[in-house]
Design a protein around this ligand. Structure first.
Ligand SMILES: NC(=O)c1ccc[n+]([C@@H]2O[C@H](COP(=O)([O-])OP(=O)(O)OC[C@H]3O[C@@H](n4cnc5c(N)ncnc54)[C@H](O)[C@@H]3O)[C@@H](O)[C@H]2O)c1
Length: 285
């Protein structure tokens, strides 16, 4: 079914991981206006409670559930909590994600593993609990990739790799779901810069070229004054999903151009080139 966001999603239940902050909190706040019932799932329980309380104070329905997406049992408990509170899951957004700065050879083992565990395995855990539950009743699954899946930026290799992984995983999931004949709508979200804590909370190397990693973080923090408001980003994502789109873009002009450039680069077999600098204002278009 396609239509407006309120027509497609109103009255239904959304489970959003990492919804205690940034993009996920924006999706939750906007979803509550449709109105959807929301499970705010975050490893930071206090942050999840704050967002749930804010939605409830505005007249919406939300619960906070402490969830660690790296832990399969915790994600299973998240799904059970959603069923107990609201009777099921209609939309799962695998949004929880983290950043890591530094040249790849300076990234510590722990930083590498956390990126894979949260950004990639966390999405897999969400899919594992959602698909069996949605098999008969239908539903929607969205996974958070990034414009970073289609551009090359120095000193963010683990993060960019993880976002390419989520893009590829979601494309493959869509094909699997269609092949299996299951009534689930699968989509991938590619945000440009959206106001959040992700760069503040990023992993940093302790050895090697630490200054290069710090400069990379400063470059990304410099985007924040131009970053999109998370609720505006959410409104765009919900409208595109309700219209039946697969690639959901928070900044359709900027991210769409980056996708075209990526396609052209692959077609021409030119090697990737890091942009000399970001024109940060373009991230909010
Ligand atoms: N903000 C941007 O500009 C931007 C751009 C492209 C993609 N994204 C993607 O959007 C998603 C959300 O990022 P954000 O920018 O809002 O970051 P954020 O740091 O503001 O929010 C991320 C949330 O995820 C939670 N989280 C971290 N590890 C978790 C775990 N193991 N289990 C459950 N929750 C966990 C954090 O507690 C936090 O509340 C990420 O997947 C990110 O890659 C963000």
């Amino acid at each position: 079914m396609t239509g407006t966001a309120a027509e497609v999603f109103g009255g239904r239940t959304a489970v959003i991981t990492g919804a205690g902050s940034g993009v996920g909190a924006g999706l939750a706040r906007y979803a509550a206006t449709l109105p959807m019932k929301i499970v705010i799932a975050d490893v930071d329980e206090a942050a999840a409670r704050r967002v749930a309380a804010e939605i409830a104070a505005a007249g919406g329905e939300a619960i906070a559930v402490r969830t660690d997406v790296t832990d399969a049992a915790s994600v299973e408990a998240m799904a059970e909590a959603a069923e107990a509170a609201f009777g099921g899951i209609d939309l799962l957004v695998n949004n929880a994600g983290i950043e890591q700065f530094g040249y790849l050879w300076d990234v510590p083992d722990e930083g590498w593993r956390r990126i894979v565990d949260v950004n990639v395995t966390g999405v897999y855990h969400g899919i594992r609990v959602a698909v069996p539950r949605m098999r008969d009743r239908g539903g929607h699954i969205w996974n958070l990739s990034s414009v970073g899946a289609v551009v090359s930026i120095a000193r963010q290799a683990p993060y960019l790799m993880s976002k390419q992984a989520v893009l590829g995983l979601t494309e493959a999931l869509r094909v699997d779901i269609e092949h299996a004949g299951i009534p689930i709508s699968v989509a991938v979200v590619l945000p440009g810069a959206v106001a959040s804590h992700i760069f503040h909370d990023a992993g940093m190397p302790e050895d090697g070229d630490v200054a290069a990693a710090q400069a990379a973080r400063e470059d990304m923090l410099a985007l924040l004054p131009h970053a999109l408001d998370p609720v505006v980003a959410a409104e765009r994502v919900f409208a595109q999903a309700a219209a039946g789109e697969f690639y959901l873009l928070t900044q359709p002009d900027y991210v769409g151009q980056a996708m075209c450039a990526r396609g052209a680069q692959l077609a021409s077999r030119r090697p990737p080139e890091a942009p000399a600098h970001h024109d940060s204002r373009r991230f909010a278009e």
